[in-house]
Design a protein. Structure first.
Lengths: 557, 315
C-alpha cells in the first residue's frame, strides 16, 4: 500500500467525514477528520487495516488562528512503512472527544494522559483515572495548555486521594513499590494475590513527572531540546535525541548527510549492546543469579569506555543536533571499535551457550510471563517484548532511519511469548548489533556530518520512530515561531510495554512477578521523566506524608 | 565431665568463632572469584557482625516475638553445636542428648525464623514465613530420615556409635544415600541459593528478616553461618568419618592421644571447609527456585532418602 492508496481508501470508506488528507513528508499521512467519526475511523484503521496504534498527542491550539484543541491519534502501517495520523479538532470550555480505547486497546494510557496533560476528555473511557499527574495536583490545571507557565507551582488539592483499585474478594494486596529494591525506580504495582498466586494487578507510576515536554515547548530552543531529550532516559538517551532530531528533520525536510546518519546508527547500536547486556545482568540479579550480573557487566564495561572515547561520555553523548551530529567518529578509532565489539560478541556468545545448558535457569524463564500474540497486538507492545510474542515489528525496518537501509537489519523474533523468548530476542539482537557495527564501520563514507539548517518554519508537523533497546520511542513535533517547538510529544518504549503487565502476571506466582516485570526491561525514568531530590538531615525525624510532600516541593522550587 | 567441658568449649569456638571465617573464605575464594571480582577481605564477616551488634535496633511492628526469635534461633544452634561431634569422636553432650534431641533443636532454629516472620506486620514477612514453613515441612523430615538411616544401621541413637559403626563397616549404600540427602538439605539449612526462597531479597526484601536490624540481624546471620558448620560436621564427622585417626597411629600413650585428637579436629575442620565451599559453589551457579519447584525437588529427595532407609532396614 502506498500513501496515495491509503488516502484513497480512507476517503472512499468515510467520504465527507474526512475533511482533509495531507502528505507533507513522504510516507507520513495526516487526515483531518470530524471528531464524531474518530471511533469509526480509528476502529477501521486499527482492526480492518491492521494499523498499529502508536500514541495520542493533544495540542492546545487556542492561541493559533485555527483555535481549539487538536487531538492526533498516530498509527503505523509497519509493512508499508507508513505513518497515519488521524487528527480531529475539538473546542469549548470542557473539550471532549469519544474514546477510541474500547476499539483500540493500545490507546488505554494515551487517552488518560490526554486528559491529564491538555484537558481533553475521552468520553466512555473505561478507566478515566489520573495517570501522569500527582494525586494532589489541582483538578482544573492542565500543564500542557499554553496558558500554564512551565514553572507554575499550584497549591495542592486538599481533597486529593490516591485512586488505587481495591483487591477482589478473597485476595490480599502484595505491594511491589512505590520503591521496590529490584526495580530501583519509583513505580507501584499493587498486586492482588491469593496465597502465592496472582489474581490481578493495578499500576500507579509517574510519581516524579519532570515535565520535560512542557520545558521543551516553552523554555528551550530547537537545538537545546536534544540535550534535554537525551536525559529522558539514563540508559538509552541517544535514541530520544535522535528521534527528536529526526522528527524536526522530517517536518522541515532537512537532508541529513550520509556520514551523520552512519554515526547515528553506530551510536544507537552501541547503545543497544550496552543496554541489552545491562538488562541481562539485572535479569540475572532478579532471579538471584548474581554470577550472570557480574559477568555480563564485566563484558559490558569496555563498551562504556569505548563510548567515552568516542563522545567524551560513558552515557549521554550529547552528539545529536537538528541536521546531523556534532562530533565525528575519528578514523584512528575504527580499529578499536571493531576490536571492542568483536570481543563483546565473542564473550556474549559464550554466555548464550552457558545459559542454554542451565537447567535451573530454564526452570525460571521458560513458560513464565506469557503475553499471547493477540494481546501483544492489541496492547501494541513494542521492541523485544513484541518480538518475543511473534510480532514482526522493528522500527529499523518498518520506518528505516539513520543508515539502517544501507546497513541492513535482520529482525530477531521468537514465538514462545514467555520471558525466555524475550531474553533470547535480546541476546540475539546484541549479536546482530555487533554485526551491524562491524558492517557499518568499514563502509562509512567520508563527508560532512552536519546539514545546513536555515530558519525552521512554523506550523510543520513531524513524527519519528526510533527502535530503542526496549522498543520504539516515538516523538511527534509541531513547529512554532521564535525558534521554539510548539508541541513536542514523547512516547517512551516502556509506556505501552508496561500496560502488558496485568496480562503477563495473571495466574503467575509471586516469585515470578519481578522477573516478569523485569523481562520488559522497564525504564521507568523514560515514562516518569523524573527528578531525584537528595535531602540530608542530621537529626532523626519521622516525616508525615504531608511533610514529605511539602519538603519535596520546597526543594524543587 | 572434663571431656564435656573441654569438647564443649572447642565446639562452641568452632561454631561461633570460626563460622564467620568459613563464610569469609567462601565469599572471597568462591563467590568473588566466580564473579571475576576482587571480593571483600576474608575477615569481612567478623566486621559485619561487630558493626551490626553495635547498631541501633529498629523495630516497627509491636510485640516481643521479634526480639525473642533471633535469641531462640541462636541458642538453638549453640545447643546443637554441643550435640554434634566435631572431630573428637564424641559430642560434648553425648551422654545427655542424642539424634532425637538434635532433630528437635534444629527444628526450633527453623521455627524461630517462622516466628520472626509471623511477628512482623509486613506482608513480605508473612509471605516469607509461609514459605519458610513449607520448606521446613519438607526439609526437616528429609534430614530426620537421613539421620534415621544411621540409627537403623547401628541400632544406636548416639552420633559416636554411628561414627564408629561407619569406621568399622566402611562406606555402605544407605550411608551414601544419607550423606547425599544431608548435603542437599544443608543448602536450605544454611539459607543458600537456590533455596533462600524465604528471604528472597529480590521478591520479598528479606522476608522474615525484613524487620531485623542491628543485633537481631547479627544474631540471625551468625546463626546461619554456625548452623552451616554444625550441619557440615554431622556429615563429615558422623557419616563420612574418614580418615580414622587413632592414638595408635602415633605409638599410643597420653601424648599420642593428644596429638591424634588435635589432628582429628584439624582434619574435620578441613573437611567442613570442603563441604562449605561446595555449598558456596552451588550458591553462585544457580538462580533461586520458585517455592513450588523447591518443594517438588525436596519431595523427590525425601523419596531418595526413604529408599536409603529401606535399604538400611534390609541390610
Amino acid at each position: 500500500m502506498t500513501s496515495q492508496e491509503l488516502i484513497d481508501r480512507i476517503k472512499r470508506e468515510f467520504g465527507e467525514q474526512v475533511l482533509e488528507a495531507r502528505e507533507p513528508a513522504p510516507k507520513a499521512v495526516y487526515f483531518t477528520i470530524r471528531p464524531e467519526a474518530v471511533v469509526r475511523i480509528a476502529d477501521y484503521v486499527s482492526n480492518e487495516m491492521d494499523g498499529r496504534f502508536l500514541i495520542t498527542a493533544g495540542t492546545d491550539e487556542r492561541p493559533l488562528p485555527e483555535g481549539g484543541f487538536r487531538v492526533s491519534h498516530i498509527f503505523s502501517f509497519d509493512k508499508d512503512q507508513l505513518y497515519c495520523t488521524l487528527q480531529a479538532r475539538v473546542d469549548g470550555d470542557k473539550p471532549a472527544i469519544d474514546s477510541i480505547t474500547p476499539k483500540v486497546r493500545g490507546a488505554y494510557w494515551a487517552e488518560r494522559e490526554l486528559y491529564d496533560a491538555v484537558g481533553v476528555e475521552s468520553r466512555n473511557h473505561p478507566d478515566p483515572r489520573r495517570l501522569i499527574l500527582a494525586d494532589d495536583w489541582p483538578r482544573d490545571v492542565f500543564p500542557l495548555r499554553k496558558d500554564v507557565p512551565f514553572d507554575l507551582h499550584p497549591d495542592p488539592d486538599p481533597e486529593a486521594r490516591p485512586q488505587m483499585a481495591e483487591p477482589p474478594e478473597g485476595a490480599t494486596v502484595f505491594p511491589i513499590g512505590p520503591f521496590f529494591p529490584v526495580l530501583e525506580e519509583p513505580a507501584y504495582f499493587r498486586v492482588f494475590v491469593e496465597g502465592e498466586t496472582v489474581v490481578g494487578c493495578d499500576y500507579r507510576g509517574f510519581y516524579n513527572h519532570r515535565g520535560i515536554e512542557k520545558m521543551g515547548d516553552s523554555a528551550l530552543t530547537y537545538n537545546q531540546v536534544p540535550f534535554i531529550a537525551e536525559r529522558i532516559c539514563g540508559i538509552c538517551g541517544f535514541i530520544h535525541s535522535t528521534c527528536y532530531c529526526q522528527a524536526i528533520e522530517q517536518a522541515t525536510e532537512i537532508e541529513v548527510p550520509i556520514r551523520a546518519r552512519y554515526i547515528r546508527s553506530i551510536m544507537l547500536e552501541l547503545e543497544r549492546i550496552h543496554s541489552h547486556i545491562l538488562w541481562l545482568g539485572i535479569a540475572g540479579h532478579i532471579i538471584g543469579f548474581d554470577t550472570v550480573l557480574m559477568q555480563s557487566w564485566r563484558i559490558r564495561e569496555p563498551v562504556m569506555w569505548l563510548c567515552e572515547k568516542i563522545s567524551g561520555n560513558r552515557k549521554t553523548y550529547g552528539m545529536n543536533l537538528v541536521g546531523g551530529v556534532r562530533r565525528d567518529i575519528r578514523k584512528e578509532d575504527y580499529d578499536e571499535i571493531l576490536r571492542v565489539v568483536g570481543k563483546v560478541g565473542q564473550e556474549l556468545g559464550e554466555v548464550i551457550d552457558a545459559i542454554g545448558g542451565d537447567t535451573p535457569l530454564m526452570m525460571r524463564l521458560k513458560g513464565v510471563g506469557h503475553i499471547p500474540v493477540q494481546d501483544a497486538r492489541e496492547i501494541c507492545v513494542t521492541g523485544p517484548t513484541a518480538r518475543g510474542s511473534d510480532r514482526w515489528i522493528d522500527a529499523r525496518t518498518d520506518h528505516p532511519y539513520a543508515a539502517y537501509d544501507e546497513i541492513g537489519v535482520e529482525i530477531k523474533v521468537h514465538s514462545e511469548c514467555d520471558v525466555l523468548a524475550r531474553t533470547l530476542v535480546r541476546l540475539e539482537e546484541t549479536l546482530e548489533a555487533v554485526r551491524e557495527i562491524q558492517k557499518a564501520i568499514p563502509e562509512m563514507p567520508d563527508g560532512p556530518i552536519m546539514a545546513e539548517v536555515h530558519e525552521i518554519p512554523a506550523g510543520r508537523e513531524g513524527v519519528s520512530v526510533v527502535e530503542a533497546p526496549r522498543g520504539e520511542a516515538i516523538h511527534y513535533v509541531l513547529t512554532g515561531d521564535d525558534n521554539h517547538v510548539y508541541r513536542w510529544r514523547v512516547r517512551a518504549p516502556t509506556y505501552p510495554n508496561l500496560q502488558s503487565v496485568p496480562v503477563m502476571i495473571q495466574g503467575e506466582q509471586i516469585a515470578d512477578v519481578p522477573i516478569c516485570i523485569g523481562s520488559l526491561d522497564p525504564c521507568f525514568s523514560c515514562t516518569e521523566r523524573m527528578e531525584v531530590v537528595d535531602a540530608k538531615t542530621e537529626e532523626v525525624k519521622v516525616y508525615s506524608q504531608q511533610e514529605l510532600t511539602e519538603l519535596s516541593r520546597s526543594k524543587r522550587r | 565431665m572434663a571431656f564435656t567441658i573441654g569438647a564443649g568449649i572447642l565446639n562452641l569456638l568452632i561454631a561461633l568463632g570460626l563460622s564467620p571465617l568459613y563464610e569469609g573464605i567462601v565469599r572471597k575464594m568462591v563467590r568473588a572469584r566466580i564473579h571475576s571480582r576482587q571480593g571483600p577481605p576474608i575477615r569481612q564477616p567478623y566486621y559485619d557482625l561487630l558493626k551490626l551488634l553495635g547498631k541501633e535496633d529498629m523495630q516497627v511492628s509491636p510485640g516481643r516475638l521479634l526480639s525473642v526469635a533471633p535469641q531462640a534461633a541462636f541458642a538453638a544452634v549453640l545447643l546443637a553445636a554441643l550435640l554434634v561431634p566435631m572431630g573428637l569422636g564424641h559430642a560434648p553432650l553425648a551422654p545427655y542428648g542424642d539424634v532425637i534431641v538434635l532433630i528437635y533443636v534444629m527444628t526450633l532454629a527453623a521455627v524461630s525464623v517462622v516466628i520472626a516472620g509471623a511477628g512482623s506486620e509486613s506482608p513480605y514477612a508473612s509471605i516469607g514465613a509461609g514459605r519458610e514453613v513449607m520448606l521446613l515441612l519438607v526439609v526437616e523430615p528429609t534430614v530426620a530420615i537421613a539421620l534415621l538411616i544411621g540409627v537403623v544401621q547401628t541400632h544406636s541413637l548416639h552420633f559416636s556409635s554411628i561414627a564408629e559403626w561407619q569406621l568399622a563397616h566402611g562406606l555402605t549404600a544407605p550411608t551414601l544415600f544419607a550423606a547425599v540427602a544431608l548435603f542437599l538439605a544443608l543448602q536450605v539449612q544454611a539459607g543458600k541459593l537456590p533455596f533462600d526462597i524465604a528471604e528472597a531479597e529480590q521478591e520479598l526484601m528479606g522476608g522474615p528478616f525484613i524487620e531485623m536490624s542491628g543485633p537481631k540481624l547479627a544474631l540471625f546471620k551468625w546463626m546461619f553461618w554456625a548452623k552451616q558448620v554444625v550441619f557440615a560436621s554431622i556429615l563429615t564427622a558422623v557419616f563420612l568419618p574418614w580418615p580414622h585417626i587413632t592414638p595408635a597411629l602415633f605409638g599410643g600413650g597420653d601424648v599420642a592421644a593428644v596429638v591424634a585428637g588435635a589432628l582429628a579436629v584439624v582434619v574435620n575442620l578441613v573437611k567442613i571447609l570442603v563441604v562449605v565451599v561446595l555449598i558456596g559453589l552451588v550458591d553462585v551457579v544457580v538462580p533461586r527456585l520458585r517455592i513450588d519447584q523447591a518443594l517438588n525437588y525436596f519431595l523427590a529427595l525425601m523419596f531418595v532418602a526413604l529408599v536409603g532407609l529401606a535399604l538400611a532396614f534390609v541390610s
